[in-house]
Write a protein that binds this ligand. Structure first.
Ligand code: PEP
Length: 258
């Protein structure tokens, strides 16, 4: 891994204030592994409490609205999550694409609004089991990502700092079965080529590409050392400091070895 590895926990709809003790434990452990960038995206309600206590880890959100403000009952804007302490937002997660009908165009609009609000983004992509079985996974993900990422002319000069892509095959999420290393390598290479096409060599080659889908301490090392894997987006295994930091430790060991 040439870049500083980025290990991000997506807490999804888990966590009340009782979970703050896990966030504190993650933060303390992250202070021992400064070569790894560790972050969590708790539910909206915990962004500010985690931000207030965290000394080392980044704090982000799991979604935001595509408009800057307005009459959108129950929604949360990019500026609001930034005000609460979020530095980044996860966008286009397959659970939002599926359960909330989020299209590529909507995800792109959210990405552009979030960047304009000063946030970094983690843009998710990934194919279903049916698409993988049909042999069209790479073509699908390329198309999905191309239509979801901010337009090149909307992307800022520091795109590589502010945009992260997460490849998350839908069938691997929460299943206990991560994609094979060969499949991860093939997809990450295709994503890298697309990023260079879109943003040019200088920016496109530096955007971090995370893998997500059943990453756990036991498989983290193998996944994190695969070519073009810049870190991991972690769901279930990010809910306890022990398992999440087991993954961060695997990243730290690889960084020290390289
Ligand atoms: C996710 O949903 O972003 C995810 C990667 O989940 P899990 O690690 O539980 O597969």
């Amino acid at each position: 891994m040439a870049q500083r590895p980025y290990i991000v926990g997506n807490w999804k709809m888990h966590g009340t204030r009782a979970m703050l003790s896990e966030a504190r434990a993650i933060d303390r452990a992250a202070q021992r592994h400064m070569k790894v960038e560790v972050a969590i995206a708790p539910p909206f309600t915990l962004i500010h409490p985690v931000h207030r206590e965290a000394e080392q880890i980044g704090v982000g959100a799991q979604d935001c609205h595509h408009e800057a403000e307005g009459a959108f009952t129950g929604d949360i804007s990019a500026a609001m999550i930034a005000d609460a302490g979020a530095k980044f937002v996860i966008l286009g997660h397959s659970e939002r694409r599926e359960a909330h009908g989020e299209t590529d165009a909507l995800v792109r609009a959210k990405a552009e609004t979030a960047l304009a609000a000063g946030l970094r983004i983690i843009l998710c992509c990934g194919e279903s089991a049916k698409t993988r079985d049909s042999g069209k996974a790479v073509a699908f993900v390329r198309k999905q990502l191309k239509a979801s990422l901010p337009e090149p002319d909307q992307a800022f000069e520091d795109a590589s700092e502010r945009i992260t892509v997460a490849y998350e095959p839908i069938w691997a999420i929460g299943s206990g079965n991560a994609a094979t290393i060969a499949d991860i390598v093939e997809m990450h290479a295709a994503i890298r080529a697309l990023l260079i096409d879109l943003y040019g060599e200088e920016q496109g080659s530096e955007v971090r590409i995370l893998y997500g889908g059943s990453v756990k301490p036991e498989n983290a090392s193998e996944i994190l050392t695969a070519p073009e894997v810049g870190g991991a987006l972690v769901g279930g295994a990010s809910l306890t400091a022990d398992s999440f930091m087991g993954i961060a430790l695997a990243a730290a060991v690889e960084t020290e070895d390289s």
